[in-house]
Design a protein around this ligand. Structure first.
Ligand code: ADP
Ligand code: MG
Length: 698
């Protein structure tokens, strides 16, 4: 019955059905049933007309219409009803649908009207009130908290208001009473003291009390998040049981030699812990699928490199894929440098690799001579074939699409072990959901000796002072980044900003004393590279750039990051950019420039940036400010679109809780074949027929 088309519901019909399809994606009875209210208004209190004042919010009054009048003409034409109770009179006013409304209302019949009271010429009035008969037909469900539903302008114009949706819901409920099948097993309902699904759906739309509404909300959120976690964990468990993971059983010469002779510093405790976690996965016989989260500068590359050496010790090739050429180049340089005492063959493959070199690389890969390959998207091309790819590292994984990543997975018969790295921390509970299929490792410690970056906010009027500070830093031998926003819709204006900025900076920092380079997305890769190299080698003092330098660039002598129009950046971007400095032993600074006009949200973002350097704290704040739909990684995962009642930003605790519940169930019954769990299996199957496969990162 729930799968019936919405047009068959009493009160709907084909025209309204089409609107509900288009505007609210409601196609079936079930869709409507799961179209939840966004707020409730307490309709238990009734006001008398003598109690009214214009300070009151939405109120309701019970009385009778004692007269109608149509007043005015043109677009001021209106219907005015005189509405009375025993304490006085007020007016109800309509500007639209006058004759329809007058026809549908009866004189001297008792109504309850609802709306915000105003006062015109000394008389209280409500414009376009909601109005309903006191004498309800027996099929009207009574409720004290009135549910309000989101509608659109189009719906309202066709009289599909919140109230009208509520009436449809009423019709649906009446026909469904006693017919809603439970979706959770009995033992869970008892153990976690949940109300039944039928009760929950009834009370979410027609709360019989505030307490019952709370119970209904809890039950529905519990169910939604529980099934989400159960499906993620079940897939993970299937993958683990099914796949033949390559076994890297030993640590050999490559890693030992590197560790003993070539490692220029002590590993941090966090790096050691993560390498241990990876080694454990490598030896387990199961395919590793691990997310490595670590703030900018926490030393993820080294962890990746040491893991690649373990693969090498076991006779396997590895690769790293990075989102930009600059970054791939940098990884290449770093790894070459680390590997210079070892006989390991490392190559770089990007879009700008010359055909001849490219062909050599292809050949060396197949022969197995090439042990570590570093590159960009160029790695996923079909022509790139490995002899025995054992380990894949993906840097800044959120910059890649799901399909792109999947291609790398398939470059070996047995899937290689996977490590995806990100410096954009996401809150744990969110990671649990959108990367639910991955194990998560965290580097929560920076290498010793780093001084926390000092962040300050300056209004544009203080630019000269900022320039003075930059001169001082350059005097001391440091280098400076100045970053301009680049937002697609307004690329032209942005480039103008960037060019103007470059000009004024070149004027304030003239040659020969100062050298300024510029990098932006419209430059050819060679030009970009050349400009970058000048800066990396310390031949220019200032790098003026767009956000192309956002990820990964590593110049440890750079100590100041100036972010222009900081109000236009999101939190995670600001944090990424700030991470470009603070990589050496010197005190580093981040200066956020902004205009005086700041939106509330922009002010909050800037405040958070000046208060903390902790990426996880920032990620949490970001999630709360923007909601999960906007966090990088969530959109491609599709999860947030499916949630009807829970919110990944605010239901973190419950996510953790139901994940534990789901884990316990799967521990005892991994394939969910016990009879008490058959209902779970059934529901999961239904979900997987319908939903985006969000939990698979490949
Ligand atoms: P991430 O990729 O996590 O942002 P990197 O791997 O680029 O960070 O490391 C940042 C810098 O810190 C690099 O110059 C790296 O050589 C250095 N580094 C890494 N691990 C350590 C360590 N344990 N002690 C000191 N420096 C380290
Ligand atoms: Mg990095």
């Amino acid at each position: 019955m729930l799968q019936q088309e919405i047009k068959f519901l009493s009160g709907v019909g084909p025209k309204k059905a089409e609107l509900l399809n288009k505007e609210l994606q409601i196609y079936t009875f079930q869709d409507l049933l799961y179209y939840f209210p966004y707020k409730y208004i307490d309709r238990s209190k009734l006001y008398t007309i003598s109690e009214l004042n214009t300070e009151l919010p939405y109120i309701q009054v019970r009385g009778k219409i004692v007269g109608f009048q149509t007043i005015g003409g043109g677009n001021k034409k209106r219907l005015v009803a005189s509405f009375a109770d025993e304490t006085g009179k007020m007016e109800l006013i309509w500007f639209k649908g006058l004759s329809y409304i007058q026809k549908s209302l009866e004189l001297n019949h008792e109504y309850i009207v609802f709306g915000k009271p105003g006062n015109f010429g000394g008389k209280f009035s409500i414009i376009h009130p909601e109005i309903e008969s006191v004498i309800k037909n027996e099929n009207t469900i009574q409720t004290s908290l009135q549910a309000h539903y989101n509608t659109s302008e189009k719906l309202k114009n066709s009289f599909l208001t919140s109230r009208a949706i509520s009436k449809l819901m009423n019709n649906l409920m009446v026909s469904l009473i006693g017919k809603i099948n439970e979706t959770l097993p009995d033992y869970l309902i008892k153990k976690y003291k949940l109300c039944s699904l039928g009760e929950a759906l009834f009370n979410i739309h027609f709360p019989q009390s505030a307490d019952l509404l709370k119970k209904a909300t809890y039950r529905l959120k519990f169910e939604e998040l529980f099934y989400l976690q159960l499906s993620i964990l079940q897939k993970k468990s299937i993958r683990i049981h099914k796949s033949n993971g390559l076994i890297f059983s030993k640590v050999g010469e490559y890693l030992n030699q590197f560790y003993k002779n070539n490692l220029p510093f002590e590993l941090t405790e966090a790096q050691k812990r993560v390498i241990k976690e990876i080694r454990k996965d490598f030896g387990s016989g199961k395919q590793m699928n691990r997310l490595l989260q670590g703030d900018v500068g926490s030393g993820k590359t080294l962890v990746a490199l040491m893991s690649m050496l373990i693969a090498l010790d076991n006779g396997y090739q590895s690769c790293i894929m990075a989102p930009t050429e600059i970054l791939a180049n940098q990884h290449y340089d770093t790894i070459k440098e680390f590997m210079k005492e070892l006989s390991v063959k490392v190559s770089l493959l990007t879009g700008s690799t010359k055909t001849k070199v490219r062909k050599e690389i292809h050949k060396d890969l197949i022969d197995g001579d090439l042990q570590i390959l570093i590159g960009t998207h160029a790695l996923i091309e079909d022509a790139v074939k490995f002899k025995n790819l054992g380990f894949v590292v993906i840097d800044e994984q959120h910059k890649f699409g799901v399909a792109q990543r999947a291609k790398l997975w398939k470059k070996n018969h047995n899937p290689p072990h996977i490590l995806v790295m990100t410096a954009t921390p996401i809150p744990r509970t969110l990671a649990m959901t959108i990367y639910g299929d991955l194990d998560v490792s965290v580097i929560d410690e920076l290498p010793p000796g780093r001084k926390p970056i000092q962040t300050i906010h300056l209004f544009d009027s203080k630019r000269l002072r900022m320039f003075g500070f930059l001169r001082q830093q350059i005097e001391e031998g440091r280098q400076v980044y100045i970053v301009y926003p680049l937002i697609k819709e307004s690329e032209k204006i942005d480039y103008k900003d960037l060019e103007d900025g470059y000009e004024s900076i070149s004027r304030a920092f003239p040659p020969p004393k100062y050298a300024v380079s510029i990098v932006h997305g419209q430059m050819k890769p060679e030009e970009k590279d050349a400009a970058m190299k000048l800066f990396v080698r310390g031949q220019t003092h200032i790098m003026v750039a767009t956000t192309v330098i956002e990820v990964g660039v590593n110049v440890s002598n750079a100590s100041v990051m100036v972010i222009e129009s900081a109000e236009r950046f999101g939190l995670s971007q600001l944090h990424q950019l700030r991470g470009r400095v603070g990589r050496g032993a010197d005190q580093s600074y981040c200066i956020l420039m902004s205009s005086f006009k700041l939106s509330n949200e922009a002010r909050k973002r800037i405040d958070i940036m000046t208060k903390t350097n902790d990426g996880f704290e920032i990620a949490d704040a970001d999630l709360k400010l923007r909601g999960p739909g906007d966090i990088e990684g969530t959109q491609q995962s599709g999860v947030t679109f499916d949630l009807k009642i829970s919110n990944l930003a605010h239901d973190g605790q419950l996510i953790q809780y139901v994940r534990n519940v789901a884990e316990e169930i799967l521990d005892n019954d991994p394939t969910l074949e016990r009879s008490e769990n058959s209902i779970l299996m059934k529901h999961l199957k239904m979900m997987s027929n319908k939903k985006v496969d969000f939990s698979v990162i490949s």
